[in-house]
Design a binder for this molecule. Structure first.
Ligand code: GAP
Length: 460
């Protein structure tokens, strides 16, 4: 991993290799919206598949749902998002720009402004000469006011207040409102979890750092329902599990750490929150995932607002209770950025300069490339047959253009762990050359052994 990789380098690399593009680029782009290209979409799918495999399929105590993005507006009143899902906004009258007040204060003074009231922030911003508009150095600021981050829309043709709906700002609530459905229809017993992957939307005042903070992003969240009193132990358990997931998928442990939220800064629903942070070279330690003890807050709120009984009846003890909830909540896009940055390497090996993405094979967008040394028969037919044999199971790339060296370099940049070359000897000895992306070592193995070798590499 290259500690020195800059944001500009990653952004241009992502565009050049088809990982991530600016959204609507032919129209000049739209700020903070990005599209995943052919390699990016494969990588993103792999991250989601790995999460689902680890958090749902490999366990027998977690099931999944896929809830609607547009939910009943009362959901967001019950969850507290209508009232409290705000950032503090301040406008500079000199440049007309709007800023997150806490960011402005922290950048200029080093003071920790999170948790300050709007009035406190206004006083500070208007009186502290160190705080200037980063655009033009101006010192004429509006009052600080709360700004709700939810995107509002209307359902149906009439744009009236009773038709207001919201794009969900988190996937979690789609899980809580289905708690009763899942308990009644899927034979789960506490402790158990419900997982969901999907898009969420927040009208961030200051999105930025490429795909790190955007207004539309994808979350992977799991609500794990437990008996009150066992919540703290389960919280510890999930913190460990989630850290293990990242390191098993190859993120450098030196770039990962846990961050304990101070008590006074916890979200309105949380008893304790611990973040998994990644040390981005351009942004420092930043949150990849939050693991919160949400207590019984959400289920209680939904019970009160909907009038439904959302308690759980424990058949073993004959008691009913509202479960506590431990929630690992991660962002797919942030993880994609962390995996990219962690894997991006510029190195000189045996006198050769190369850029290589040292992604874990499970995360790598393309698992193997098949190269015929020549476009001539029978080399190309044998290579095609091998490609056809492998392609149903994984994303495989077939490339018969350019020198072998160039083809290797292209795959190194794409993070492809395994390149298989069919040459003129293959028709005689039924052997192919397999090249390892990281060591660049080559070995000849029987063509029949390629499939198993690849499977072993990917499941390792
Ligand atoms: N249900 C709890 C929840 O949503 P969060 O910490 O606000 O908690 C969870 O969000 C994760 O979602 C974050 O750790 C981050 O990875 C991702 N996320 C949140 N806001 C984001 C944004 N504007 N852009 C990209 N990812 C975001």
């Amino acid at each position: 991993m290259s500690q020195t990789v800059s944001m500009e380098k990653i952004v241009s690399f992502c565009k050049r290799r088809g990982f991530v593009y600016q959204s609507s680029e032919i129209y000049g782009g739209i700020r903070s919206s990005y599209d995943y290209g052919p390699l990016g979409v494969e990588m993103k799918r792999n991250i989601k598949d790995e999460w689902w495999r680890g958090v749902v399929h490999m366990r027998d105590d977690v099931v999944g749902v896929d809830a609607a993005i547009i939910m009943h507006p009362r959901v967001w009143e019950a969850s507290g998002h209508v009232g409290t899902f705000n950032d503090m906004l301040v406008e500079s009258r000199t440049s007309g720009r709007r800023y997150r007040a806490d960011h402005l204060i922290e950048a200029a003074t080093g003071l920790d402004a999170e948790g300050m009231s709007a009035e406190e922030m206004t006083k500070l911003i208007q009186n502290d000469d160190r705080i200037k508009d980063p655009m033009d150095g101006g010192r004429n600021f509006s009052e600080v006011r709360p700004f709700n981050l939810m995107f509002e829309t209307y359902t149906g043709p009439v744009k009236s207040p009773e038709n207001i709906a919201y794009l969900r700002p988190e996937t979690a609530q789609g899980i809580f409102v289905n708690f009763k459905n899942v308990v009644q229809t899927s034979r789960v017993k506490v402790p158990f979890g419900i997982a969901q992957i999907g898009k969420s939307f927040r009208n961030e005042i200051t999105p930025g750092n490429f795909i790190f903070r955007t207004r539309e992003f994808e979350q992977m969240e799991m609500e794990f329902f437990v008996e009150p009193g066992t919540d703290e132990a389960w919280h510890e358990y999930w913190i460990g599990e989630r850290m293990r997931w990242y390191t098993e998928l190859g993120l450098d442990p030196a770039n990962l750490r846990l961050y304990e939220h101070p008590k006074e800064k916890l979200s309105h629903y949380s008893k304790r929150t611990v973040d998994v942070e990644y040390n981005f070279p351009f942004a420092g330690w930043s949150e990849l995932e939050g693991i919160a003890n949400r207590t019984d807050y959400d289920l209680k709120q939904h019970a009160a607002f909907s009038g439904e009984n959302l308690s759980y009846f424990d058949q073993a003890t004959g008691e009913s209770y509202i479960p506590y909830v431990v929630e690992p909540a991660g962002g797919v896009d942030r993880m994609a950025l962390a995996f990219l940055v962690d894997a991006y390497t510029e190195e000189e090996v045996r006198g050769e300069q190369r850029t290589v993405l040292k992604l874990h094979p499970r995360i790598a967008p393309v698992k193997a490339a098949v190269f015929p040394l020549s476009k001539k028969e029978p080399v190309s037919t044998i290579a095609r047959e091998l490609y056809d044999d492998l392609k149903g199971d994984y994303r495989i790339f077939y490339d018969d253009s350019g020198s072998i060296g160039r083809r290797y370099r292209r795959q190194d940049e794409a993070g492809t762990p395994f390149c298989v070359t069919v040459d003129f000897d293959t028709m005689e000895d039924r052997q192919v050359t397999v090249r390892d992306r990281d060591s660049m070592e080559q070995e000849r193995i029987p063509i029949e052994a390629v499939r198993e070798r690849l499977a072993n590499l990917i499941t390792a």
